[in-house]
Ligand binder design. Structure first.
Ligand code: ATP
Ligand code: MG
Ligand code: MG
Length: 568
C-alpha cells in the first residue's frame, strides 16, 4: 500500500497531486530492445509501474528503439512477456519510432529558431572540439551557418543525400558549459540502416536525449524516472522539452494525429534514482549477450542467468522479485546489494506458499528388516506445517526406502546426530529406526539395514521418545526417478566485473553453478505441473522445470537452498 512506501519519489508524486500540479500521474518504462530484461530492470519496472498504480495513474511501456543496428523484435516480444510476468500491465504500448515524424519536425523548428545547426565535423573532430572536464570546448566552425543553409542541409540529410557520419545536427547551447552534455550535443545522426518498425523510411536517427525527452513530452509523462547516470543529462532533457515546446506548438504533432494518436503533450519532469548493483552478478547487456553467444550458459533463460527469463526458469516468483525490490527501497545513493537478499526474498515468499514434499537427491537404500517385503502402507502428510488449509497428501511407505547419503556416516563426526552404525534416528512421520548393519559394494556403502521401533510410530506408546535427529525419506517402491538440477551462483566471486587482476567475468564462472543428479521424489512431487514450486524438506526450494518437466520424466531445478551457504 502506498501509505507504507515513502521514498523521495513517492513523496514528490504525493505533493504534486496534493498541490494540484497534476490531476493524474503518468509514468513510463523505456527499455531499449537490445537485450533481455534483467534483475536491474525489475527495480525500474516495479518503480515505474508501481508508482503509477499506487497513485491511480498509468504507466506506458515504451520501446526506446532509436538505434536500429542493435535492436531485435525477439527482444520486443520477450520484454512484454517479462513485464506481464512480473505482474504489471501498460496503459499504452509505444515505440520511440512512432514519433520519428514529430522528432523531425521538432528538429526543423530548432533550426528555424536558431537553436540547432548542421555540423560537418567528423566524430573524431567533434571529440577534439568538445574539450574536457577542466578545459572548455571550442565552437564548431559550422556553428555560424545561416538558418536557411541549416534547413537546406537538414532536409538533404533527411532525404538521404549524405553518407553515414558525414554530418550531424547539433544543438546550439554552450561549448564552455561545465556540463559536457550541454556542449552542442548531437540531436541527429546519419545512419542508413533499416529499422525494425520504420524500414528504410529514415536515413537519419535521433540521439537518445532528444528522442527520450520528446517522447516523454509527447506521451504527457508527468514523472520520468530514470537511473542516476542520467542526472547530468537532465539540463539537456529540460532544454529539449523547453526549446521544442510541444504543448505550445501543436502543429509539430501533426504526424501523431495522422497515426490516430491523441495529443497529450505536456512538460515532463525527470527524476533520478540509484541503479541496482548486485554482487556475484553482472548486469551489462553486452556481457550478458556474450555469455549466451559464447555458449558459457545455456541461452537467455539458463536458470543461472539474472535475466527475468532466467530467474523465472530458475523458479523465482514474481512476488519474490517485487519483495526484493520493495526491500531495496528507492534512494539517490548508489550501493552494492548482496545477492543473499534476492535469495532471502524468494525463501520468504515460498516459505508460506510452497507445499512440502519429500525428495532424495543423493540416494542410499535403507531397508527396514522387521517389516516384511510385502508390507505397504499409505501415510497422510500435511502439505504445510503451519497452514492446514493447504491440505494433506498420501505418502506411500514400505520396508524399502531411499534416504539422503548426507544423513549417514560410517564414522560419524563429533556432534552428528543422524544415522551411523548402531545409531538411531527418527524417520519423518514414521518412527525411530536403528541402523544394525551396513552393506558395502567395495568401499561404497550401498544399503543400511535397520529395525523400526514399532512403539514409536505416531499414536504408539513410545511416540514421544526423544532422539536427536529426524531425516526425510521416500519409499523406494513408489518413488519416481527425477532429474534434479542443483543450481548455485553463476559467478564464484563477489565482483565479477573487476578485471584488475587481468581476469574477466568469463574467468570467474562458478564451476559448481550447475550439478545435475538423479534422485527420487515422492509421487505427489512428480505430479507437479511445470513451474509448480515446492519445498523438498530439509533440502531447498525447487521448481518443476518450465520446459523439460513431465510427470513421467520429472525435472526439478533448485531455486535456492534452505539456508544461505555463502554468508561469511
Ligand atoms: P545497457 O546500458 O546495458 O543497455 P540500460 O540501462 O541502457 O542498459 P535500458 O533497456 O535502456 O537498459 O533500460 C530501461 C530502463 O531500466 C531504464 O530506465 C534504466 O535506467 C533501467 N535500468 C536498467 N538497468 C537498471 C539497474 N541496474 N537498476 C535500475 N534500473 C535499471
Ligand atoms: Mg543502454
Ligand atoms: Mg538505456
Amino acid at each position: 500500500p502506498a501509505a507504507e512506501r515513502n521514498d523521495f519519489i513517492r513523496q514528490i508524486v504525493r505533493d504534486d497531486l496534493a498541490s494540484g500540479k497534476h490531476a493524474a500521474i503518468r509514468t513510463r518504462f523505456p527499455p531499449e530492445p537490445n537485450g533481455y530484461l534483467h534483475i536491474g530492470h525489475a527495480k525500474a519496472i516495479c518503480l515505474d509501474f508501481g508508482v503509477a498504480r499506487e497513485f491511480g495513474g498509468v504507466c506506458n511501456l515504451r520501446f526506446d528503439d532509436t538505434n536500429p543496428a542493435k535492436e531485435d523484435p525477439e527482444y520486443v516480444a520477450a520484454i512484454q512477456d517479462d513485464v506481464r510476468w512480473l505482474g504489471f500491465d501498460w496503459a499504452e504500448l509505444r515505440h520511440a519510432s512512432d514519433y520519428f515524424g514529430v522528432f523531425y519536425l521538432a528538429a526543423e523548428k530548432l533550426v528555424r529558431d536558431g537553436h540547432a545547426f548542421v555540423c560537418d565535423l567528423s566524430a573524431e573532430q567533434v571529440r577534439e572540439y568538445r574539450g574536457t572536464l577542466t578545459e572548455p570546448g571550442r565552437n564548431s566552425p559550422f556553428r555560424g551557418r545561416s538558418v536557411e543553409e541549416n534547413l537546406d542541409l537538414l532536409r538533404r540529410m533527411r532525404a538521404g543525400e549524405f553518407a553515414d557520419g558525414a554530418r550531424t545536427l547539433r544543438a546550439k547551447i554552450d561549448m564552455a558549459s561545465g556540463n559536457i552534455n550541454l556542449r552542442d550535443p548531437a540531436l541527429y545522426r546519419i545512419k542508413k540502416v533499416a529499422h525494425q518498425n520504420t524500414g528504410d523510411a529514415w536515413p537519419i536517427y535521433p540521439m537518445y536525449d532528444f528522442a527520450h525527452s520528446l517522447s516523454d513530452a509527447i506521451e504527457g509523462i508527468t514523472h520520468s524516472l530514470c537511473t542516476l547516470e542520467f542526472e547530468d543529462h537532465r539540463p539537456l532533457y529540460d532544454w529539449c522539452v523547453d526549446k521544442v515546446d510541444l504543448a505550445g506548438n501543436p502543429d509539430l504533432l501533426g504526424p501523431l494525429a495522422q497515426a490516430g494518436l491523441p495529443n497529450m503533450a505536456a512538460k515532463p519532469r525527470q527524476i533520478e534514482f540509484s541503479r541496482l548493483f548486485l554482487n556475484y552478478n553482472i548486469t551489462s547487456k553486452r556481457k550478458l549477450i556474450a555469455l549466451v553467444s559464447e555458449g558459457l550458459v545455456d541461452g537467455w533463460d539458463d536458470p543461472r542467468m539474472n535475466t527475468l527469463q532466467g530467474l523465472r526458469r530458475r523458479g523465482f516468483t514474481p512476488a519474490s522479485l517485487r519483495l526484493f525490490v520493495e526491500r531495496l527501497g528507492i534512494s539517490k545513493q548508489n550501493s552494492v546489494t548482496d545477492y543473499g537478499q534476492l535469495e532471502a526474498a524468494v525463501r520468504d515468499d515460498l516459505d508460506a506458499k510452497a507445499p512440502r514434499r519429500l525428495a532424495v537427491v543423493d540416494p542410499i537404500k535403507l531397508t527396514i528388516t522387521n517389516l516384511d517385503d510385502a508390507y505397504h502402507e499409505t501415510l497422510r502428510f500435511s502439505n504445510h506445517p503451519k497452514n492446514p488449509e493447504m491440505g494433506e497428501r498420501d505418502v506411500p511407505f514400505s520396508n524399502t526406502l531411499w534416504i539422503d547419503r548426507d544423513d549417514f556416516f560410517e564414522v560419524p563426526p563429533k556432534g552428528f546426530h543422524r544415522l551411523s552404525p548402531g545409531a538411531e534416528v527418527r524417520l519423518r512421520g514414521v518412527g525411530i529406526v536403528r541402523c544394525d548393519e551396513i552393506v558395502k559394494n567395495g568401499e561404497r556403502v550401498v544399503e543400511l539395514r535397520c529395525t523400526l521401533d514399532a512403539s514409536t510410530r505416531p499414536g504408539g506408546t513410545g511416540a514421544d521418545r526423544k532422539v536427536k535427529g529426524t531425516i526425510h525419506w521416500v519409499c523406494a517402491k513408489h518413488a519416481v526417478e527425477a532429474e534434479i538440477r542443483l543450481y548455485d551462483r553463476l559467478f564464484a566471486v563477489a565482483d565479477p566485473d573487476d578485471d584488475s587482476d587481468g581476469k574477466t567475468y568469463k574467468d570467474h564462472i562458478n564451476p559448481d553453478s550447475r550439478r545435475i543428479v538423479t534422485g527420487y521424489v515422492e509421487p505427489a512431487a512428480a505430479q507437479a505441473q511445470p513451474e509448480d514450486r515446492m519445498q523438498f524438506e530439509r533440502t531447498g526450494y525447487f521448481v518443476a522445470d518450465r520446459r523439460d518437466h513431465t510427470g513421467a520424466r520429472p525435472v526439478f531445478n533448485r531455486i535456492v537452498s534452505l539456508r544461505d551457504t555463502w554468508a561469511s
